[in-house]
Design a protein around this ligand. Structure first.
Ligand SMILES: Cc1ncc(COP(=O)(O)O)c(C=O)c1O
Length: 400
């Protein structure tokens, strides 16, 4: 954990800026180039370890964004990747080898589950999935060959919260790398490095970018770990395009203000849904009856912009409700300024087995909302009209 010089709102805007510099552009230049010219081969040799050699190895625009992210997370370094999945797969391949073992929470993003359960075994790397909030299970699953503790908090789409200080301590005790997918948290709502987590990953596609206009992955953490990950990234090749990296930096400048609005809007909508007669259960970390609310309030500054809920009805009813919404756009993904709605069994968790989904608590009746930054009253009115439309269609069908 590094000492923060400024508060998160300031770091999001001015992170990585040289505050003593008085000349030059205010907006970071885009080095839209694949390669860099040198004067002679002596310089060529020296260039290989810099960000002015070849863009698969690094690029000055990436360097600014990576430094800004490291500052915001309070870590030594950070790296950008072509996607969130690419950040996860490259990091795991960089740090683990055949014969190693991972302990992972049971409810995590479906793509990560698929990588751990279907791809890593081909390379001789085994994963034990444990109940997300039963920490005794995490401890019991650790073996002599365990190398990494894989966490996600809050979880997609069940919005469970795990005790990062406790699990960071467990990892340290057993000499494991503590790795978290902090996509739902963002560094505005939680800073895992301050709680003892070694590596922090984000799908930058979501809140960091904030406008549903690019795909990106982020890993931030200790220098020695990031160096290994960097070397693997240059081999596997999952880098971002410089222009997309610049868009990401632009998105980051409004991350703090966007998160504040996401937090407020999502809490209001969660409370509205919790009172609705057609809703069986609402999952949102800051909602009064969330099982880990006290922990969430202690380790997070806000509950984030994503919530899920289960309707009192069938999977078919859930699909109809999602289709009846007008302001909420029917699309996968999350974290942008526009509100989105999706059915997790058809999107984020479609690629894993029904049994695994059931064990996570992802049901056919579950609807996930990514609450944007629109006016919350308008969003609530949209939900009201959708419930009414679906209700009257059901009544009509009964009468016929
Ligand atoms: C929590 C979480 N982690 C990782 C990913 C993968 O990110 P990407 O789509 O940028 O590869 C996603 C994507 O939805 C996600 O929701």
């Amino acid at each position: 954990m590094k000492r923060h010089q400024h508060r998160p709102e300031t770091e999001a805007v001015r992170g990585a800026a040289d505050l003593s510099k008085k000349n030059g552009p205010v907006s970071t230049p885009i080095y839209q180039t694949s390669t860099f010219e040198v004067t002679d081969n002596e310089q060529q040799l020296r260039a290989t370890s810099t960000d002015m050699f070849y863009t698969r190895y690094g690029n000055p625009t990436h360097t600014v964004v990576e430094a800004a992210i490291a500052e915001l997370e309070g870590t030594d370094q950070a790296r950008l990747f072509a996607s969130g999945m690419n950040a996860i797969t490259t990091s795991i391949l960089a740090l683990l080898k055949s014969g190693d073992h991972i302990v992972a929470q049971r409810d995590i993003y479906g793509g990560s589950t698929k990588f751990f359960s279907q791809w890593l075994p081909k390379l001789g790397i085994e994963t034990t999935f444990v109940d997300t909030t039963e920490y005794q299970q995490h401890a019991r699953a650790i073996r002599p060959n365990t190398r990494l503790l894989y966490l996600e908090s809050p979880t997609n789409p069940t919005l469970r919260v795990v005790d990062l200080r406790h699990l960071g301590g467990l990892a340290k005790k057993h000499n494991l790398i503590a790795f978290i997918d902090s996509t739902f948290g963002t560094p505005i709502n939680q800073r895992p490095a301050d709680l003892g987590i070694d590596l922090i990953m984000h799908s930058g596609t979501k809140y960091f970018s904030g406008h549903a206009d690019l795909i990106c992955g982020i890993v931030a953490g200790r220098r020695d770990l990031i160096q290994k990950i960097h070397e693997t990234r240059t081999t596997l090749g999952g880098v971002m395009d410089p222009h997309a990296a610049w868009l990401l930096l632009r998105g980051m400048k409004t991350l703090a203000v966007r998160m504040q609005r996401h937090n407020e809007n999502a809490l209001r909508i969660a409370r509205f849904l919790a009172e609705h007669p057609k809703v069986r259960r609402v999952h949102y970390p800051f909602l009064e009856d969330h099982p880990q609310r006290a922990l969430a309030m202690e380790q997070m500054h806000g509950g984030g912009g994503v919530l899920s809920f289960e309707i009192d009805g069938s999977g078919e009813d859930a699909r109809r409700l999602a289709e009846a919404l007008r302001l909420f756009i029917l699309a996968p993904s999350l974290g942008g300024v526009d509100s989105l709605v999706c059915i997790p069994v058809l999107t984020s968790h479609a690629m894993i087995s029904t049994e695994h989904r059931k064990s996570m608590g992802v049901t056919d009746q579950m609807i996930r909302l990514s609450v944007g930054i629109e006016n919350a009253d308008d969003l609530i009115a949209d939900l009201e009209q959708a419930f009414a439309a679906v209700g009257s269609a059901a009544q009509h069908a009964q009468v016929r």
